[in-house]
Design a protein around this ligand. Structure first.
Ligand code: SF4
Length: 259
């Protein structure tokens, strides 16, 4: 089955997730980059719909909240929102001002990783929109992975877009006329918290605008678990399940980043 999935288009992978894990599957979506919207749209076609996991760090752009509210209302998705234990004011009181400038890893752990761990306690399958072409840190991602959480519990992580390119994502959005974060029309290529996100060149590393001027490239959401083993057949360089091989037009697609 998993070998067959490696060749399946992303919407079939999503359907497999829904059938296999039922209410124990969830999709994480930041409502920042465009990849999450693609998978949220696929999730909304399924019955029952796969719920969405959303982390409200307290520092997100208003446009991110606006997209979340719109998608929730128009697509009838169940969005489960997690917030940090500390408010921004409490964090400042406890750790001092602008923790993100002094210890961004700690700030991300408090505001993203710990809330995500709490959300994942209710699920056995976590669907994510990461793609291999997004950055070197994501180039080794597999379609289906087994991860170990820090409490020792295992969770299946599914990345239906690993073979997609930035162009594929925008082609899907254009074809289905999907809404997306309007900041992606204003020079941003990847979106996180306001104080850690800058505009970046349209081409090149689409996550270059995240934590600019620091060596940090990941918030920790995709690195806090321990990969137990590769559970899907490695298809190095294959784009078997990308839209380019599934008849979704790629020409004329917007050339913006996301994720
Ligand atoms: S992205 Fe920046 S502000 Fe947001 S949680 Fe991470 S370090 Fe803190």
């Amino acid at each position: 089955m998993r070998r067959a999935l490696a060749e399946a288009p992303a919407h079939e992978v999503m359907a497999w997730v829904a059938q296999t894990f039922k209410e124990r599957a969830a999709l994480s979506c930041s409502f920042g980059g465009p990849g999450g919207i693609v998978l949220a749209h696929m999730a909304a076609q399924l019955e029952p719909k796969i719920p969405i996991l959303f982390l409200d760090t307290g520092f997100l752009f208003p446009q991110t909240h606006a997209l979340k509210v719109r998608v929730e209302r128009e697509w009838g998705l169940n969005v489960l929102t997690a917030r940090p234990r500390l408010s921004p004011e409490e964090q400042q009181e406890q750790y001092g001002p602008a923790l993100w400038t002094r210890d961004p890893d700690l700030c991300c752990r408090l505001r993203k990783v710990e809330p995500m761990k709490a959300l994942l306690r209710s699920f056995d399958c976590w669907v994510s929109a990461i793609r291999r072409d997004q950055s070197s840190t994501r180039a080794g991602a597999e379609l289906i992975e087994t991860h170990v959480l820090d409490d020792g519990r295992e969770i299946v992580k599914v990345n239906p877009l690993i073979h997609w390119t930035r162009r594929d994502v925008w082609a899907y959005i254009a074809e289905h006329n999907l809404p997306y974060n309007t900041l992606l029309d204003e020079g941003y290529t990847s979106l996180g918290c306001v104080q850690c996100t800058r505009r970046a060149a349209a081409e090149g590393d689409e996550r270059a605008g995240r934590w600019p001027g620091t060596p940090k490239t990941e918030c920790g959401l995709h690195t806090f678990t321990r990969l137990r083993m590769e559970t899907s057949p490695r298809s190095e360089g294959s784009r078997a399940n990308s839209p380019a091989t599934q008849g979704i037009p790629g020409s004329g697609a917007k050339s913006k980043g996301g994720g």
